[in-house]
Design a protein around this ligand. Structure first.
Ligand code: SF4
Ligand code: SF4
Length: 380
């Protein structure tokens, strides 16, 4: 057996797999693609197959939702095997041009959207935003996220958070133009390894964050939150998600919700917040505090939540499947519940569900909104 295969088997504990199939049984994308994660785990121990497996197009169908890891009775992480196979392709240079461009853009501009680094804070224009200063104390150091900073469809998330934090008198500071990609999607697209882009981002961001006297780093996107919390071992400050901060403000009566919002709201658990980090209650608590809101639940909610297919680098991967997208199934489910507002706590969910609502012609009946946006309306 060659050493590359040996270390691959050891790294992912492949011999621990009992081929029970619970991973594939729970994998949401099997309904619309050829991905069979149990099979891939099995085939990955075969000497002649590793490189061929890495070339399978379905490797890129995985959204890194983590359901397979949550369900595996042997504690394996099948999702990491898929990322490891992506890494083999990234290292050999055989990847989709869209993925390559995103990775190169992170290297060059510090974001995967091919936008100039110097324009990262353009969304702040006209707002009263506090910027943190290295070496000075700040209770909450806010990390915006590349997608929220640059995509006009989701900049509203950061703008509303500023409004809410200012109203509540929170001690906070944004990083501004020095902010650089968190690396979550870079990792999921297979750019890992000791001298890889991901490792470089972890080192540079750790040094940057530790240069502030921050008590907490507050991530707006669950993807940034998850990677800081789980893959940045040397951060001095505690890492929290913004829903945890807002829940705290509401519970301590530091935030007053004055406006009634007569909406039937269903909350979609983002994979990187719920399944991956067990934050289920905070978003629901926040929504339940808004006067006039009726909260309903999906049948598949919390740990069983369906994935929106926005994560795992999927924003940059072309899909070959023409079958109904999971986000489309989700908005149909929301419509059946009679929801007028599909609430989310992640920028990728906003983008995928917004598309799905349009694709299903549901614009007249429902809209998707991020919790900051809903709260921004309620604090008016
Ligand atoms: S992470 Fe999610 S999409 Fe990827 S293989 Fe596991 S269950 Fe399937
Ligand atoms: S759930 Fe775990 S043990 Fe079962 S087939 Fe998948 S990887 Fe193997």
């Amino acid at each position: 057996m060659n050493t590359e295969l040996q270390s691959f088997i050891q790294k992912y504990d492949l011999l621990g797999c009992v081929q029970c199939g619970r991973c594939t049984g729970g994998c949401p994308v099997t309904v619309r693609t050829n991905l069979n994660v149990r099979r891939i785990v099995y085939d990955s121990i075969n000497e002649s197959m590793l490189e061929d497996l890495a070339k399978l197009p379905e490797i890129w169908d995985c959204t890194t939702c983590n359901t397979c890891a949550v369900r595996c009775p042997k504690g394996l992480k099948p999702v990491e095997v898929l990322i490891g196979l992506r890494n083999i392709m990234v290292e050999s240079g055989i990847i989709q041009p869209t993925v390559r461009d995103a990775l190169e853009s992170v290297f060059r501009e510090g974001n995967p959207w091919n936008k100039p680094k110097a324009r990262r804070s353009d969304w702040m224009e006209g707002l009263e935003v506090k910027i943190a200063e290295p070496g000075k104390k700040v209770e909450n150091l806010i990390f915006v996220c590349c997608t929220i900073a640059y995509d006009p469809k989701v900049q509203v998330i950061a703008k509303n958070l500023v409004k809410v934090l200012n109203k509540a008198g929170v001690d906070y500071g944004f990083i501004g133009d020095d902010e650089v990609c968190c690396g979550s999607e870079v990792y999921a697209m297979g750019e890992l390894g000791e001298e890889g882009l991901f490792e470089m981002l972890v080192e540079d961001n750790t040094e940057l964050f530790n240069s502030y006297e921050a008590e907490r780093i507050v991530a707006i996107s669950p993807h940034c939150y998850s990677v800081f919390k789980n893959q940045y071992p040397d951060l001095k400050a505690e890492v929290i998600h913004y829903t945890q901060l807002l829940k705290e403000l509401l519970a301590d009566n530091k935030l007053e919700l004055k406006k009634e919002l007569s909406q039937k709201i269903v909350f979609h658990d983002p994979c990187y917040l719920g399944k991956q980090n067990n934050i289920f209650d905070e978003p629901r608590y926040i929504l339940s505090q808004i006067p006039g809101v009726e909260l309903v639940e999906f049948d598949r909610s919390r740990e069983r939540s369906l994935c929106c297919e926005g994560g795992g680098g999927k924003m940059w991967v072309e899909s070959e499947s023409r079958k109904e997208r999971l986000a489309e199934i989700r908005v149909k489910d929301a419509d059946e519940l009679g929801a007028t507002l599909l609430a989310v706590a992640c920028p990728f969910c906003v983008l995928t569900f917004d598309d799905a609502i349009k694709a299903k012609g549901l614009e007249e009946k429902m809209r998707v909104a991020e919790i900051t946006e809903i709260l921004g309306e309620a604090v008016e």
